[in-house]
Design a protein around this ligand. Structure first.
Ligand SMILES: Cc1ncc(COP(=O)(O)O)c(C=O)c1O
Length: 388
């Protein structure tokens, strides 16, 4: 059975071009990029080339790119590194209720270690009130951490406006851009962001590599301490094959960006419109307007998301209910709760996330198999009976 993979916000297929770029760095150019000999120096040049490729994709200077092991590490490094750099002077953090746990858990952890944490609410579209953000800022605020796009709904926050508010108040601004990198243009020469996180495996590079962008002049204590790699900002021997792969993935992302904005968006809209038309009591979660082009989060009222996933799985269709990190628990996701999605809808929410490899035939297959699955589950649902 062919796999129909519509779970690209969880992870993506590694692009064949990325695998090709990585291969020489396992058995041929395997030197340590920090070694003094020319064999190591040769490898270092490829790391620096990857840094340039990532910087070009973000509108950044290569010196502002720090390679890490994943998006979670980048988020930890941004938040904990800023708080440590400002120790004893600022004790307040601002984030939102819908962040990925890589941010939310770190903020809550810091909340138990002397920091006051403000978690901004969202409305039923998943959008923020910027006046509330402005009112929450104070002379004691160390950092604002607000994601660029939500991993569950795809909803985009107005990062440029948020960055301007933070800059006016002289507060460090971090954004988790894990779900936007490679999907929509990011130009940090224009957008006032101080720190930004990226994860390789969300943009067709392998798992185990990420980036923290650190704008020149931003005060940050290193999160990983040890050697002098990455300009003393992140210790640990450089993961050369993966860094080279991420550089190539960033280059490809720039090339395919226009495709994401049109072909992928069209496929997503066809899937979404088809589902909403053929499945009664199905509603879209999050803003239809302010969102990335590859994501659709739909609630099938009165049925369990897990049951839908299991039945889709029988046709080789992969989607997700809540984020991959929260599935496994029967609680509705914290994002759905923050948006005030009613209980009977939050439990039946499914995220479909597409990629440059998604085809029209795959969308047609989902539109063929999904409506009968929902029909069958509704017949079994105690909520439908009590509703009647
Ligand atoms: C918005 C967001 N931030 C952070 C992460 C964590 O990234 P990683 O899996 O590279 O640690 C994810 C992964 O799902 C994510 O979607």
């Amino acid at each position: 059975m062919k796999t129909i993979y519509l779970d690209n916000n969880a992870t993506t297929r590694v692009a064949p071009e990325v695998v090709d770029a990585m291969m020489p760095f396992f058995c041929e150019l395997y030197g340590n990029a920090s070694s003094m000999h020319s064999f190591g120096g040769q490898v270092k040049r490829h790391v620096e080339r990857a840094r340039e490729q990532v910087a070009a994709c973000l509108g950044a200077d290569p010196s502002e790119i720090v390679f890490t092991s994943c998006g979670t590490e980048s988020d930890n490094a941004a938040l904990r590194g800023t708080c440590e750099a400002l120790t004893g002077r600022r004790h307040h953090l601002i984030t939102t209720r819908v962040e990925h746990l890589a941010v939310l858990s770190v903020c809550r952890h810091l909340g138990g270690h002397g920091f006051r944490v403000t978690e901004l609410p969202v409305d039923n579209q998943g959008l923020l009130d910027l006046q509330l953000l402005e009112d929450s800022l104070s002379d004691d605020t160390a950092i604002v951490s607000i994601m660029w796009a939500n991993n569950e709904t795809g909803v985009l926050f107005p990062i440029e406006a948020i960055g301007e508010i933070c800059r006016r108040k002289g507060v460090v601004f971090h954004t988790d851009a894990v779900q936007v990198a490679g999907k929509i243009p990011v130009d940090l020469s224009k957008v006032p962001v101080d720190l930004l996180s990226i994860s390789g495996h969300k943009l067709h590079a392998p798992k185990g590599v990420g980036v923290l962008y650190v704008r020149k002049g931003t005060r940050l204590s290193p999160f990983m301490i040890g050697g002098h790699q990455e300009g003393n900002k992140r210790a640990g021997t450089e993961n050369v094959p993966y860094i080279v792969g991420l550089g190539r993935a960033a280059e490809l992302a720039q090339r395919y960006m226009a495709d994401e904005a049109t072909r992928v968006r069209d496929l997503r809209d066809r899937l979404e419109d088809g589902i909403l038309k053929s499945c009664p009591d199905a509603t879209l979660n999050g803003s239809r307007v302010h969102r990335i082009p590859n994501t659709s989060n739909i609630s099938f009222h009165y049925v369990e998301g897990e049951a839908i996933l299991l039945l889709l799985d029988q046709f080789g269709i992969c989607a997700s209910s809540g984020s991959a990190c929260t599935s496994g628990s029967l609680e509705p996701s914290h994002v759905m709760r923050a948006m005030g999605v009613p209980f009977t809808a939050a439990h039946g929410s499914i995220r479909f996330s597409l990629s440059r490899y998604t085809t029209g035939d795959e969308i047609d297959a989902v539109l063929e198999h999904l409506p009968p699955i929902i029909g069958r589950l509704r017949e079994l649902s105690p909520f439908v009976t009590s509703k009647a």
